[in-house]
Design a protein around this ligand. Structure first.
Ligand SMILES: NC(=O)c1ccc[n+]([C@@H]2O[C@H](COP(=O)([O-])OP(=O)(O)OC[C@H]3O[C@@H](n4cnc5c(N)ncnc54)[C@H](OP(=O)(O)O)[C@@H]3O)[C@@H](O)[C@H]2O)c1
Length: 302
C-alpha cells in the first residue's frame, strides 16, 4: 500500500510518501481502509510518536492518528464492528497512524459514522471533538449559565470547544490572534479577545487553554474562586483554595465519538476543516498547518 512515513525523529520535511507493508488486524483490531485522516500540529515533536508501549524504537512511523474510513477486516475477538461499516476515531499514538491507505486500530477506539457525515468532516472531528468534550465536561465540569474562556478559539480544538460550550448553555468568550475572530464568531462565541492587542479583563468559571506559554501562565488569575483551569498544552500551576488546575491527555471514547458524530449529523456541530491535501502531499499539509491554516488540515486519498 501507499503510506507516508518518517524513518527517524525529525520534522515535516522528513516525511516520505512511499510503499509500505499492509497492516493486519490483531486481536481486538479492525483494519480500516482510510478515506480521510488528520494530524495534530506538533505530533512529530512528541516522544510518544517514536516508541511502542514498551519504549522501543518503532521507526519508520506513519503519522496522523485521526481517521475516518471503512472497516476492511475484523480481527479475532473483535466485537461491535463489521466489514463495510463506516467508522471514525482517534487511534493509539504508539502504533502507526492513518496517513496510509490502510490502518490497523483497536475497534474500541472507533465509532460508527452516520451515513450523511462525510469522512472529511469526521477526520476533522475525532481529536478536537473528544478533546473539547473531555476538557469542558469531564475535567471542566461545565454547566449551563457558567462563563467559559476558550483560548485558541480559531484552532481545531478551540472551534469545537466554543460550539459545545455554547450548546451547553454557557457564556463563551473566545481568544486568539486577530485573524481568528471570524472563526470564533462562526463557532458561536459571544465575545472575542484578540490576544495580540489585549487580554480578558473579567473572571470565568472555566478557562480552557489550547495555546500554552504566557497565555496559560496568565490564565490562573482569571479563574473564579471554585472554578477550573483546564489545559491541553502543558500542566498549569496549582490554583488556590477550591479552584482546580487540570492537565490531561485526550482518550478515545466510543460513546463520546458517537454523540459527537450525531451532533454533526443533525447540524448541531461543525468541525473546522481549514484545508484538505492529498495523502501524497502530507509534508505540505504539515507545513501549511505550521503556517497558520485555521482549524484542522485533512488528508484525503489522491
Ligand atoms: N493534551 C492533549 O490531549 C491534546 C489534544 C489535542 C491537542 N493538544 C495540543 O493542543 C494544542 C492545540 O491543538 P489544535 O489542534 O487545536 O491546534 P491549532 O489548530 O493550531 O490551534 C491552536 C490555536 O491557538 C492559536 N495560537 C497559538 N499561539 C497563540 C498565541 N500566542 N496567541 C494567540 N493565539 C495563539 C493558533 O493560532 P496560529 O495557528 O495562528 O498560531 C491556533 O489558532 C496543540 O499544542 C496540540 O498539540 C493536546
Amino acid at each position: 500500500m501507499k503510506a507516508v512515513r518518517i524513518h527517524r525523529p525529525g520534522g515535516p520535511g522528513d516525511l516520505v510518501y512511499e510503499d509500505a507493508p499492509e497492516p493486519y488486524a490483531g486481536v481486538g483490531d479492525v483494519v480500516v481502509q482510510v478515506h480521510a485522516a488528520s494530524f495534530t500540529p506538533g505530533e512529530l515533536d512528541w516522544p510518544v510518536t517514536w516508541v511502542d508501549r514498551r519504549g522501543r524504537d518503532r521507526t519508520p512511523v506513519v503519522p496522523a492518528h485521526e481517521v475516518s474510513g471503512v472497516v476492511a477486516e475484523v480481527g479475532y475477538g473483535t466485537t461491535g464492528l463489521r466489514v463495510g461499516d463506516r467508522v471514525y476515531g482517534l487511534t493509539d499514538r504508539h502504533r502507526d497512524g492513518a496517513a496510509a491507505e490502510y490502518l490497523a486500530v483497536e475497534a474500541r477506539d472507533l465509532a460508527v459514522l452516520p451515513g450523511n457525515v462525510t469522512h472529511r468532516a469526521a477526520a476533522a472531528l475525532a481529536m478536537p471533538g473528544l478533546t473539547a468534550w473531555q476538557a469542558l465536561f469531564t475535567h471542566g465540569r461545565l454547566t449551563a449559565g457558567q462563563t467559559v474562556l476558550v483560548h485558541g478559539a480559531g484552532g481545531g480544538v478551540g472551534a469545537v470547544a466554543v460550539q459545545l460550550a455554547r450548546d451547553a448553555g454557557a457564556r463563551v468568550i473566545g481568544t486568539g490572534r486577530g485573524r481568528h475572530a471570524e472563526a470564533a464568531d462562526a463557532a458561536g462565541a459571544h465575545e472575542f479577545v484578540d490576544l495580540d492587542r489585549g487580554w480578558f479583563d473579567g473572571r470565568a468559571d472555566l478557562v480552557f487553554d489550547t495555546v500554552g506559554g504566557d497565555v496559560l501562565a496568565r490564565s490562573a488569575a482569571v479563574v473564579k474562586p471554585g472554578g477550573a483551569l483546564v489545559s491541553i498544552s502543558a500542566p498549569p500551576a496549582a490554583l488556590p483554595g477550591t479552584s482546580r488546575a487540570v492537565y490531561f491527555i485526550v482518550e478515545p471514547d466510543r460513546t463520546q465519538l458517537a454523540e459527537l458524530a450525531d451532533r454533526v449529523r443533525s447540524g448541531r456541530l461543525r468541525p473546522l476543516a481549514g484545508a484538505t491535501f492529498p495523502l501524497s502531499d502530507t509534508r505540505e499539509a504539515f507545513l501549511a498547518k505550521q503556517n497558520g491554516v485555521p482549524g484542522k488540515v485533512v488528508l484525503e486519498h489522491d
